[in-house]
Design a protein around this ligand. Structure first.
Ligand code: NDP
Length: 451
């Protein structure tokens, strides 16, 4: 009898034992296993091949030292990682995160989630993730460049257009991708699609920047449509003020919704008048050009307030909630507050922003709840399209890419519904996403035998 014949608590206890001190990774595996155990209960082929046990063990975890020199001439030492979780259905694919909170556990959870997310897109991409505990905040552009070059000087040997294709994530935007791509090109003398999220002049794809945020709102639209409803006229509470949050806010406004809040790690702003396109453009300039803090919004726009101390916006009454900052930023208490205030739909823009308590509460309340691996997959999907364009040495037009993105998000919604619908009008999107993602990867693994 295989290990998967044991019950769920024993399986999770094994994951905990093999991954000591890695709570985020254990949390991500637990959330997936809760659904997969039910699905595979009567499917012997998955038990015999130990599929879940194998997906929950990364193909490899590469850890390395990154030395760089700051502007004072002092030598600084950071740690870098690349977690290659699974290439069963395509080259490893997933972003790079630069943030002081980055640990092996965080990157393993992200690479594990990415494996299911990428499968859900329908594109041939495996799952990976990487990054460093480097903090870009407060660093000069030259310091960021030197760090990125040093990071790539080790990473380059582990990646490649048909091997592993990193992209951006928290703390890694167009500027950092540029520095890393430049260093890769210098070392290898190759201009290939080895990174995505590139600038348009050097191999990037139109709408990649917008894709995660826009895609999350398209997914939300698809969910609301199942209830005969829409975004128009709804109030939305968002966290974060980075790439994902800004573009999610933009799409909500375009569809006639009202965005009430945005945040960063210091706190949140609440604008009862609504954060309209002019104000979103102001936030874009604040974050991308001036690299400022969201608190400055309250000083700029009368009527808006800033709540500091790392406060989160979930107590503000709303119809829709989109957590777009980071993992575990919405807990059971926050979920209760949202439900008590009448929130009808939650679409995760970030990865695993809702903790397990929150997930269980949303599921029990049977509201529309989209896990990040489904709703934020638009970004990696357009990254997949960037890879295709690079391989074919062409650039698609914006309208074509927009159509691909809306089709892909509708496709993910349909895949979630296939495995998550209860036949009584409710869709459990967490269950649907976990099973649909698992099945595609699992079937590829079965075809390969024991490798
Ligand atoms: P950015 O770096 O552009 O923005 C991150 C935002 O989240 C900032 O406002 C940041 O505030 C806030 N934040 C980061 N860490 C914390 C923290 N520990 N506590 C509170 N707030 C925090 O990143 P992205 O917008 O690209 O990514 C946001 C989320 O979306 C992440 O979970 C990422 O994995 C996920 N995602 C991103 C994709 C993409 O295409 N970019 C694709 C799919 C998922 P501050 O400036 O104060 O740090």
């Amino acid at each position: 009898m295989s290990a998967e014949h044991v019950d769920l608590p024993i399986f999770i206890a094994g994951v905990e034992k093999r991954n000591p001190g890695q709570p985020e990774f254990v949390q991500a595996v637990t959330e997936v296993a809760e659904d997969i155990f039910g699905f595979i209960a009567d499917k012997v082929k998955y038990h015999e091949a130990q599929i879940l046990r194998r997906i929950a063990e990364p193909d490899r975890v590469i850890s390395f030292r990154v030395c760089w020199e700051d502007d004072r001439g002092d030598i600084r030492v950071q740690r870098g990682w690349r977690v290659q979780n699974s290439n069963a259905i395509g080259p490893y694919k997933g972003g790079l995160r630069f943030h002081p909170s980055v640990t092996e556990s965080v990157l393993k959870f992200l690479a594990f989630e990415q494996t299911f997310k990428n499968a859900l897109t329908g594109l041939p991409m495996g799952g990976g993730k990487g990054g460093s505990n480097f903090n870009p905040k407060g660093k000069s552009a030259n310091e960021v460049m030197r760090f990125c070059q040093s990071f790539m000087t080790e990473l380059y040997r582990h990646i490649g257009a048909d091997v592993d294709v990193p992209a951006g994530d928290i703390g890694v935007g167009g500027r950092e991708i540029g520095y890393m791509f430049g260093q890769y090109k210098r070392i290898t003398n190759q201009v290939t699609g080895v990174l995505t999220g590139k600038g348009l002049e050097w191999g990037g794809s139109l709408i990649r920047t917008e894709a995660t945020g826009y895609g999350a709102v398209y997914f939300l639209q698809n969910m609301l449509k199942t209830k005969g409803d829409d975004v128009e006229g709804k109030t939305a509470v968002l966290s974060g003020s980075g790439n994902v949050a800004i573009h999610a806010a933009e799409k909500i406004v375009q569809l006639g919704g009202k965005v009430l809040t945005m945040s960063d790690s210091e706190g949140f702003i609440h604008d009862p008048d609504g954060i309209d396109q002019t104000r979103i453009d102001w936030i874009k300039a604040l974050k991308n050009d001036r690299r400022g803090r969201i608190s400055e919004y309250a000083a700029e726009f009368k009527g808006a307030t800033f709540t500091g101390g790392g406060a989160r916006p979930w107590g503000v009454p709303c119809d829709l909630a989109l957590p777009c900052a980071t993992q575990n930023e919405l807990d059971g208490g926050d979920a209760k507050a949202l439900l008590a205030n009448g929130c009808i739909a939650v679409a995760e823009g970030a990865n695993m922003p809702t903790n397990l308590d929150g997930v269980h509460l949303f599921k029990a309340a049977r509201i529309l709840f989209a896990p990040g691996k489904a709703s934020n997959a638009g970004g990696v999907a357009v990254s997949g399209l960037e890879m295709s364009q690079n391989s074919a040495r062409i650039s698609w037009k914006e309208a074509e890419l927009q159509q691909h993105l809306t089709d892909i998000m509708a496709g993910i919604h349909a895949r979630c519904a296939e495995y998550g619908a209860d036949g009584k009008g409710h869709i459990d999107y967490v269950k649907g996403a976990n099973i649909a993602g698992f099945k595609k990867v699992a079937d590829a693994m079965l075809a390969y035998g024991v490798v």
